[in-house]
Design a protein around this ligand. Structure first.
Ligand code: AN0
Ligand code: CP
Length: 320
């Protein structure tokens, strides 16, 4: 595997899932695979889970890890080509990425969208340029439009908590927030769930208020509904997440009705398990009674980030 950017980089979803579950059972089975290999993690934005789970995954494969907090410790990066750098940027991504590629066998990069210009964010300019110029395999630690390590961990979590034979009903539920957040997590979750649905693993529904539709390229095959209460009926998994509008790009729109999941809303589900990628704002996005209750999977879900990252890094080290 040369790149882990989207579900399209996984030709065999079921095999990859089985690989992650096998690593969870035997974390050190490949502890020599990464010996004398270096992983570099480059952050242009904050992170708790991605930073720690990916480091842990690499250490369990015997790799060395270097972390670069580019936003705080690096030179201000220029990504545009053909401009004289006479403003605030100090170093071009062409040199910065190429240099980091000299020090690392695998690189990971996190870079959120600016949420100002939709075409710019959705072109994934920074991730693509970084990949092109570093010259080594690159794993996305959340790019402008996707968060594939999160979605992979989410799929692992759903698989683990669904032992019954019939397909689970999975609902992606928009939640309120006070800040404009990226669409990366819901785009990615939807992309992975649409693939899982196409492979007969899940039934997938998206619930969001009017004005919050995700870009079509991520939602092919998903049922979409503008009512949370209707979507929740019979749900087996509810995946809670806020995102800002794609149509009115990066905006927070006025919303009708109550969209925060609480125990009362959860009552119409099939005793649904509740997921969130974290960080979550308690009693704004999700009621604390749900987070603290028996149906919450948020901690197990975060735990599974290790196995998702380890399966990806293993494939990169194996070169297949
Ligand atoms: C980020 C987001 O919504 O994309 C990161 C989530 C993993 N969340 C926040 O900025 C709160
Ligand atoms: N879920 C997730 O990616 O969390 P962090 O932003 O803390 O890495």
């Amino acid at each position: 595997m040369k790149q882990f950017f989207s579900v399209a980089d996984v030709p065999d979803l079921s095999d990859m899932l089985a690989e992650a579950l096998a690593l969870k059972r035997a974390p050190f089975a490949y502890e020599h695979l990464g010996k004398r290999k270096t992983l570099g993690l480059v952050f242009l934005n904050p992170s708790l889970r991605t930073r720690l789970s990916t480091q842990k995954a690499a250490l369990q494969l015997g790799m060395d890890v270097m972390v670069m907090n580019m936003d705080k410790d690096g030179w201000a990066l220029e990504t545009r080509d053909g401009v004289a750098m006479n403003g605030n940027t100090v170093e071009h991504i062409r040199e910065a990425a190429a240099v980091m590629g000299q020090y690392c066998d695998v690189l990971g990069i996190r870079s959120f969208p600016k949420l100002a210009d939709r075409d710019e964010d959705y072109s994934e300019d920074l991730f693509r340029k970084f990949t092109k110029h570093c010259g080594v395999p690159v794993v996305s630690l959340e790019s402008a439009t996707r968060h594939p390590l999160q979605s992979f961990a989410d799929l692992i979590t759903i698989h683990e908590h669904w032992q019954r034979t019939q397909k689970p009903k999975v609902v992606l539920a928009w939640a309120p927030h006070v800040k404009a957040l990226p669409q990366a997590v819901p785009n990615s979750f939807s992309e992975w769930m649409c693939r899982a649905q196409a492979e007969g693993i899940v039934d997938f529904t998206i619930a969001h208020p009017e004005g919050y539709a995700l870009a079509e390229m991520f939602t092919k095959g998903a049922a979409t509904i503008n009512s949370l209460d209707e979507a929740l009926v019979g749900a087996d998994f509810v995946y809670v997440k806020n995102w800002s509008s794609y149509d009115n790009y990066g905006q927070i729109l006025p919303v009708q009705g109550e969209w925060m999941l609480d125990n009362q809303k959860l009552a119409v589900t099939n005793s649904a398990k509740v997921m969130h990628c974290l960080p979550v704002r308690r009693d704004l996005e999700l009621a604390s009674e749900v987070l603290d209750g028996p149906q919450s999977l948020v901690i197990q879900e975060a735990g599974n980030r290790v196995w998702a990252a380890q399966a990806v890094l293993k494939r990169m080290l194996e070169g297949n």
